[in-house]
Write a protein that binds this ligand. Structure first.
Ligand SMILES: *[C@@H]1O[C@H](CO)[C@@H](O)[C@H](O)[C@H]1NC(C)=O
Ligand SMILES: *[C@@H]1O[C@H](CO)[C@@H](O)[C@H](O)[C@H]1NC(C)=O
Ligand SMILES: *[C@@H]1O[C@H](CO)[C@@H](O)[C@H](O)[C@H]1NC(C)=O
Length: 517
């Protein structure tokens, strides 16, 4: 603790610290100018003389007005609680780091002394201090807790300024990576930036995948420049500096998708295709013991979040189509095994079979859609027994899985042998398009008793396929049976070859699909 105000030792202490601080700044700035920029001191703004001017003021007053260090800013002169902070080594180190970052940006033309500037989520204002120090006087920071005069109260996802306010916005320290609301954060930055204004962000975005997700967040900005730089401490040894420029005014009711048809087309970008090249190979030979081979294959699966950084998505969503009981895949596999990089996933369970509905009422974090995923809204007949034509012959699957073929109600020639229920089918592809966006991270498991041969083509036809990042698909075919060697299941007509074709075409179209068992 500091001694009580008024004791002479206190002011001596302040003076000594200030002098040390001044000397430190002078030395560092001199070293910087001479060694790094190699310039002589001919541009007043960047010379070390600008800071000592402030320091002189402080020393001349030799009183409690240390806050005059901030030059002309409105500052409360009656207290100086931040003195310790502003003279700490880490603080000075950070200020110097950001000064050199901003000087580079000035020399490249993204920032000027006249830029109205905002530093987003800067806990103690080093960035703002650095901006002012190099002559960008009209600058301010925001953080949850204000730290006046440099930092006022505000958060990245709720920036307390009007639209089109700033020429320059800076987000340092990988704080966009850490935000719990990164898409709102991005939206707020874009909103408060003037058209043609510059955003500079320091983010981790470890790979091409997350870098592209980042760019998608700022869809009304264009990428100007990206480079790798050293972060300012050991927790961020390596960081991307991304410079983006907000596009000029977009017409009020501008439609980015003229024509309408383009709605259903989507192209898979290269960074997503890269994932497929790294994914586990498909099983090309029909397995003789599919109940073993396919189940074991789960060990080989290269999960998307184990290959790339899934940061910078608005939401994280898991859709279980044909969810059966909670424990059959959501509880046993998705919750426990799917790597989530610490994200919280919203979960949708799509399951038409009433026997399973009750337990979902108790699962608060799972949204149940008690319908059958189908290609249009219509009533369907739903088979409750596992194999009406050969009861008991179908290999025994895990409890709570492996039944429930659906058929359009009107279809003729459907043998109603087992118990049949009427259920509501819905247009799954439309639902998906209304529920998630391209900015969301979407994982899907689909186990729909043969209906995949209807649903997957429909996902392509509607363009909904592009909303899905990763699919775990069980393909149903006339597999060899466990009970009776040499006999194939008669439940499904498709062959293993047709299933392999489905998987292959999905991967060729850029969809990261895995063989589910
Ligand atoms: C500010 O911009 C946002 C989106 O950019 C817009 O939705 C909002 O209506 C604008 N507010 C005003 C007051 O113009
Ligand atoms: C998840 O969080 C834990 C503890 O908060 C941390 O140790 C771990 O590194 C995080 N994992 C990832 C992938 O971010
Ligand atoms: C299908 O049903 C859903 C939910 O009731 C509804 O929102 C959607 O508009 C319907 N689609 C069609 C094509 O009728």
């Amino acid at each position: 603790m500091q001694p009580a105000i008024g004791k002479p030792s206190f002011f001596r202490n302040i003076l000594v610290r200030l002098l040390l601080f001044g000397v430190f700044i002078i030395v560092v700035r001199f070293a910087y100018i001479v060694t790094i920029t190699g310039e002589s001191c001919n541009r007043g703004d960047f010379c070390f003389f600008s800071l000592p001017e402030n320091l002189n003021l402080v020393i001349a007053n030799a009183g409690p007005s240390v806050s005059a260090i901030f030059g002309s800013d409105a500052v409360s002169r009656s207290n100086n609680p931040r003195l310790d902070l502003y003279t700490s080594k880490d603080w000075i180190k950070a200020v110097n780091y950001y000064s050199s970052v901003f000087q580079d940006l000035i020399s490249q033309g993204y920032l000027s002394p006249n830029s109205k500037s905002l530093c987003v989520e800067t806990p103690s204002g080093q960035e703002v201090f650095a901006l002012k120090e190099i002559g960008v006087k009209n600058s301010i920071g925001i953080f949850k807790k204000a730290s006046k005069p440099l930092v006022i109260s505000g958060e990245g996802h709720r920036i307390p300024f009007a639209n089109n306010t700033f020429d320059f916005i800076f987000s340092g320290g990988a704080r966009l990576d850490k935000s719990a609301w990164p898409s709102e954060f991005a939206f707020e930055i874009t909103r408060t930036l003037k058209p043609e204004g510059f955003l500079v962000a320091h983010v981790k975005a470890k790979d091409k995948y997350s870098f592209n997700s980042f760019l998608d967040f700022f869809d009304s900005c264009e990428l100007v420049k990206m480079r790798h730089i050293d972060g300012f401490d050991s927790s961020l040894p390596y960081i991307r500096e991304i410079v983006m420029k907000k596009k000029g005014e977009i017409p009020e009711h501008g439609d980015n998708n003229p024509g309408g048809d383009s709605d259903n087309e989507c192209t898979v970008p290269e960074h997503k295709r890269d994932l497929i090249r790294n994914a586990e190979p498909l099983i090309t030979e029909e397995p003789l013991k599919p109940w073993i081979t396919l189940k074991r294959n789960i060990q080989n699966i290269k999960y998307l979040p184990s290959m790339v950084d899934i940061s910078f998505r608005s939401r994280y969503v898991y859709v279980d189509v044909g969810a059966r009981s909670y424990g059959s895949s959501i509880g046993s596999w998705f919750r426990k095994q799917y790597p989530k990089q610490n994200r919280t996933f919203g979960i949708y369970a799509i399951e038409a079979d009433r026997t399973f509905h009750e337990e979902y009422a108790l699962k608060k974090k799972v949204t149940l859609l008690p319908y059958a995923a189908w290609i249009r809204n219509e009533t369907l007949s739903f088979e409750v027994n596992s194999d009406p034509t050969h009861p008991g012959l179908e290999d025994v699957k895990d409890k709570g899985r492996g039944m429930g073929r659906i058929q359009p109600k009107m279809s003729t020639g459907y043998v109603v042998d087992g118990e049949v229920d009427e259920i509501q089918g819905f247009d799954f592809a439309e639902w998906l398009k209304n529920t998630v966006t391209e900015k969301d991270f979407v994982v899907m498991k689909m186990d729909v008793e043969g209906t995949e041969f209807d649903l997957i083509p429909r996902l392509f036809e509607t363009g909904a396929i592009c909303l899905i990042d990763e699919i775990f698909l069980e393909c149903h075919y006339n597999r060899w049976q466990r009970c009776c060697p040499g006999q194939r299941s008669t439940k499904y007509e498709k062959t293993y070859g047709q299933c392999l074709d489905l998987f292959t075409s999905l991967r060729e179209s850029g969809v990261l699909v895995h063989q589910w068992w």
